[in-house]
Ligand binder design. Structure first.
Ligand SMILES: Nc1ncnc2c1ncn2[C@@H]1O[C@H](COP(=O)(O)OP(=O)(O)O)[C@@H](O)[C@H]1O
Ligand SMILES: O=C(CO)[C@@H](O)[C@H](O)COP(=O)(O)O
Length: 540
């Protein structure tokens, strides 16, 4: 047991798409403090919309200095809330996956000489060779995906090695695009971080290594030997290995916190920084998924993930290195059109109120009279198409539904069915032991969760604490700093200390389940039709 943990805290961070969240957990891993910085509202000078800047041709970026400034703000808020940061024994964090940060030559000197009399954003204003980082919502790199797959012979071989076929949002193709279109930037870049390791770098005052789990979401890491794949590195850009640095095992203590934080915020100089990771791996760490269970994150992205015994990448979804057990893997599939699409349909049909949105869900018929709607505001990851597609009960494409509010139910039902369809392809099977652990901003909406429960024919639970990603990062810090000698498994250790509880939110309605059983195959047909329509419109 981490016996002196009971006087000490851990600090965890989640740098997600729309905000930076910080929580402080006590020795029993109970939340003592929390704060957050919402990028659009609190840092309007960066002019982001939901934390990103969308440009033409599927380019989506985020200002790296916005993230730095958010950290300045969040730490000041945390200190102002009365948190004694000298009690923080360890720090771990997570961040939106796949995005990349480009440190300019000699930025390591800036990192190691941060001035406690100045804001981080002032000290690091000239640290970056690329001021707008590509993020996971970008899908402008299809050309580089094809090149990467061709270098392996085909997409299957790339998937078998790196856990995924080439994906537009994955870091390999993003770096390849920078090297190809901005060679001067690549030339003056001495380090390339993921967003998670970029955040860790600031806390250690030097370049932090990329961890195995977030690193396996890049198309660059061999997920079996957990080393950079030379073939992939060479296919992307010259000298890339030097710019990435070595990878590090998850749950590794990277070092002590930089003096900047001791002098400016009163952190304990003995405070340890533990390797950061991706938000979805951290979420998995935050939830102790049992056999037959699947986690769903309803955040900016809708993401399904589960723990896997075997790790063989395929053409659908992703296999990542497991963040808390190096003998296991993690299956994941992500949908870009999640919360922001739900918000758009809400605003279009009922305005700002989620209550009105939910009222429609609760007063309209299960199955929407057989009408199906597919809403791909952004070019979707799977399937790789964009646009809106509505189908009547006979599967014919129509331009609108008989009643506009039918879009509300159609959006939620199609998103829920998509989650189930693809979860099953990841290895989930709905049966008597199946259940869903839900997280993410939309997990507070029980009207949406009831539809998910009915589509999956499974109960929906949540953790007794919000923000599973932030929570998981805190658990990772506590585990990495445990004083116990025995190799106690991660979840046993966490359960021992925290006595975590789950809250049952919804149970499936038998009648509704039967309706959705009929709709799953119909949804699949409509998705295939939408795919055909999209590409027929592309060809002259
Ligand atoms: N009551 C609600 N019903 C549905 N969605 C909600 C509700 N409250 C918040 N959300 C959604 O949660 C999203 C933010 O989720 P969150 O997981 O915090 O985002 P991220 O981690 O991707 O930055 C918002 O875009 C919002 O649409
Ligand atoms: O691309 C993925 C996972 O592959 C996304 O899940 C990002 O990691 C963003 O996460 P959220 O901001 O939606 O939590």
């Amino acid at each position: 047991m981490f016996d002196n943990m009971f006087e000490k805290y851990v600090l965890s961070l989640d740098l997600s798409t729309q905000q930076l969240k910080l929580i402080v957990l006590d020795g029993q891993l109970k939340q003592k403090y929390s704060t957050k910085v919402e990028f659009d509202l609190e840092l309007p000078e960066f002019r982001t919309k939901r934390g990103v800047i969308r440009k033409c041709n599927d380019v989506v970026v985020a200002p790296v200095l916005m993230w730095v400034k958010a950290l300045d703000l969040a730490l000041d808020k945390l200190r102002a809330s009365g948190c004694d940061l000298s009690l923080v024994a360890g720090i771990c964090g997570c961040a939106q996956q796949h995005g990349s940060v480009y440190w300019k030559n000699n930025a390591s000197d800036l990192l190691s000489n941060l001035d406690p009399g100045r804001f981080l954003h002032a000290d690091l204003a000239t640290a970056f060779s690329l001021m707008e980082s590509p993020v996971w919502m970008d899908s402008s790199t299809s050309l580089y995906c094809r090149k990467l797959e061709d270098s392996f012979g085909n997409s299957e071989k790339l998937a078998q090695t790196t856990g995924s076929r080439a994906y537009e949002r994955f870091t390999a193709s993003q770096i390849a695009k920078v090297y190809d279109t901005k060679p001067g930037i690549y030339q003056i870049t001495e380090r390339i971080s993921l967003i998670s390791s970029f955040l860790a770098s600031i806390f250690i005052g030097g370049y932090a290594s990329i961890d195995h789990s977030d690193g396996s979401g890049m198309n660059l890491l061999d997920i079996k030997n957990r080393k950079w794949c030379g073939e992939a590195l060479e296919a992307v850009a010259p000298g890339l290995k030097e710019k990435l640095g070595e990878v590090v095992e998850n749950l590794t203590v990277l070092g002590q916190i930089a003096p900047y934080f001791v002098q400016r915020y009163g952190f304990n100089p003995e405070c340890k920084v533990v390797s950061f990771t991706g938000d979805n791996p951290a979420s998995l760490a935050g939830m102790n998924l049992g056999a037959g269970e699947v986690a769903i994150s309803l955040g900016t992205s809708d993401t399904v993930f589960l723990s896997l015994e075997e790790g063989t990448g395929g053409l659908l979804g992703h296999v990542l290195c497991n963040p808390v057990d190096s003998s296991l893997f993690m299956g994941l599939i992500c949908f870009k059109n999640g919360s922001l699409t739900r918000e758009r349909i809400k605003n279009l049909c009922v305005g700002e109120s989620w209550d009105k949105f939910n009222q429609i869900l609760e007063t309209t018929d299960v199955g929407n009279y057989g009408y199906i709607g597919l809403y791909y505001d952004l070019t979707e990851i799977t399937p790789h198409i964009q646009g809106e597609y509505r189908f009547d009960p006979d599967g014919n494409l129509i331009s609108k539904f008989p009643a506009p509010e039918m879009d509300v139910r159609a959006c939620i039902e199609s998103q829920a069915i998509r989650l189930r369809l693809y979860s099953e392809r990841l290895g989930y099977s709905s049966g008597h032991s199946s259940s869903i652990l839900i997280t993410g901003g939309a997990s507070s909406n029980t009207a949406i969760l009831q539809i998910i429960s009915n589509v999956f024919n499974a109960p929906v639970y949540t953790l007794d604490l919000p923000d599973s990603a932030c929570l998981g990062a805190g658990y990772m810090a506590a585990y990495a700093l445990r004083q116990s000698d025995e190799r106690i498994p991660f979840y046993d250790y966490i359960n021992q200390i925290s006595g975590r509880k789950r809250c049952l939110l919804c149970t499936p309605d038998e009648t509704a389940c039967k309706v959705y059983m009929q709709l799953v195959s119909k949804y699949r047909d409509c998705e295939n039709k939408a795919f055909g329509i999209y590409y027929s419109r592309l060809t002259p």
